[in-house]
Ligand binder design. Structure first.
Ligand code: GFB
Length: 327
C-alpha cells in the first residue's frame, strides 16, 4: 500500500544541500549526480573538518551553514568480516552520527532529509523479495546485527520525527552497492571490490588460485552507486509527505540476484584471470539471500540503468586508474 501524498516540489538548483559522508562510496556518488543535474550549492565538509560524532560540532555546522536539504550518507560501513570483527564500533558510531544529523536537521528546519539504511536491516530469513513492510518482523543476521540495529534505529527516528514534528524525512534501503570510491581493503571491504582486487593481484603475480570466502552459494543483489544516487535525488525532489508510518521508506535495488560463486566467475573473466577459484567454507556466508522489492520506487519512475557486467568493467577501470592494489 502506497501511503503518501505527492505534492509538486522541486529542489531549487541553488538550494543548500548537505551531503554527509561526501568522500564515501554513496556520498561521492550523490555529489557527482547532483552536480551533473546542475545543483550548485552542495555542502560536504570532510571528516577532518566536521566530526559527525561530535554533537557540538554538528550543531555549530547546522547553525552556521543552514542546510535546506540533507542526504545522510555518512556511516561506519564494511563487509561481512569488518561487521563481525568490530561490532561495538559499528553500533556506536552509526548511532552517534545519525542521532546528531537527524536531530540537528529537525532543530534547524531542514525541509527534507534522506537517510541511508541497508538491506541487512531485514530479517535473516525474510521472504524474498523483501518488502518495506517486512522490517522488524524477524531475527537479524548475526554477522551484522549491530550495524543493522543502528540503521533500523535511524529509520525509526525518521518515522518518529515525521509523526511527532510533521517533518518529511525519507529512509532508503539500498541493496549491496558498488562503484567508484569503494573500499578495496581485503579485510574490511564488501565482496565485489574485494574480488576485483583479489583477481587483479592474482593475475599480476601469476598466482595459481584465488580464495573466495564462504561456500559461494549465498545470493546477493548488486546496484551501481550512480543508480542509487539518482534514486536519492528523485526522492529529494518528490514532495512526498508522510501520512502513514511506512510510507516514507523505499527499497532501492536492481532486481538482479547472483550467487557469490557466479559473481566470482564474472569478475574473474572481466579481470582476465586464468587460474582457479577455491572456496573457503571456514569463512561466514552471512545471510542466504537479500533481494529487495523495489516496486515502490519503481512506481515513482526510478529504475536501475547500469547492468552488472558493465558496472564491474567501469569499476575495474576506476580501480586501475586510481592505482589501487599492486600492479
Ligand atoms: O559483501 P559482503 O562482505 O557482505 O559478503 P554481506 C557477501 C558474501 O560474499 C558473503 C562472500 O557470503 C561473503 O562470505 N565473500 C566471498 C566475500 N569472498 C569475499 C571476500 O573476499 N570479501 C568479502 N567481504 N566477502 C554486508 C553487511 O553483508 O553487506 C553489511 O555485513 C552491509 O552490514 C553490507 O549490509 C551491504 O552482503 O554479507
Amino acid at each position: 500500500m502506497m501511503c503518501c501524498v505527492m505534492m509538486n516540489r522541486l529542489v531549487d538548483k541553488n538550494a543548500r544541500i548537505f551531503v554527509a559522508g561526501g568522500n564515501g562510496l554513496v556520498g561521492s556518488a550523490v555529489i557527482r549526480q547532483l552536480e551533473k543535474q546542475g545543483y550548485t550549492n552542495i555542502l560536504s565538509p570532510s571528516h577532518g573538518k566536521l566530526e559527525l560524532m561530535d554533537r557540538v560540532a554538528v550543531e555549530k555546522f547546522f547553525r552556521t551553514h543552514c542546510p535546506e536539504y540533507v542526504v545522510l550518507a555518512a556511516a561506519r560501513v564494511g563487509g561481512i568480516h569488518a561487521n563481525n570483527t568490530y561490532p561495538a564500533e559499528f553500533i556506536y558510531q552509526n548511532l552517534m552520527i545519525q542521532n546528531h544529523v537527524i536531530h540537528e536537521s529537525w532543530r534547524h528546519n531542514v525541509s527534507r532529509l534522506i537517510f541511508l539504511g541497508s538491506s541487512c536491516m531485514y530479517p535473516k530469513l525474510c521472504p524474498q523479495p523483501m518488502r518495506e513492510e517486512d522490517l522488524m518482523t524477524g531475527l537479524l543476521e548475526p554477522t551484522n546485527s549491530p550495524y543493522a540495529m543502528a540503521k533500523i534505529t535511524g529509520v525509526e527516528m525518521c518515522r518518529s520525527y515525521n509523526r511527532q514534528y510533521g517533518t518529511s524525512y525519507i529512509s532508503v534501503i539500498p541493496t549491496n552497492l558498488y562503484g567508484p570510491n569503494d573500499n578495496f581493503d581485503l579485510e574490511t571491504s564488501h565482496v565485489l571490490p574485494a574480488l576485483i582486487r583479489k583477481f587483479h593481484e592474482a593475475k599480476m603475480s601469476d598466482s595459481p588460485s584465488v580464495v573466495v570466502w564462504g561456500t559461494g552459494s549465498p545470493k546477493r543483489e548488486f546496484l551501481h552507486v550512480n543508480d542509487l544516487a539518482d534514486a536519492c535525488i528523485l526522492l529529494l525532489n518528490s514532495g512526498l509527505k508522510a501520512i502513514h508510518k511506512d510510507s516514507m521508506i523505499f527499497n532501492i535495488g536492481s532486481g538482479m540476484e547472483i550467487s557469490i560463486g557466479e559473481l566470482a566467475g564474472l569478475i574473474k573473466s572481466i579481470v582476465g584471470y586464468e587460474g582457479t577459484i577455491i572456496f573457503d567454507p571456514s569463512k561466514p556466508d552471512g545471510t542466504p539471500r537479500k533481494l529487495v522489492d523495489s516496486s515502490r520506487v519503481n512506481a515513482m519512475g526510478w529504475h536501475s540503468k547500469i547492468q552488472l557486467a558493465d558496472g564491474i568493467i567501469k569499476t575495474y577501470e576506476w580501480f586501475l586508474n586510481n592505482n589501487i592494489g599492486k600492479r
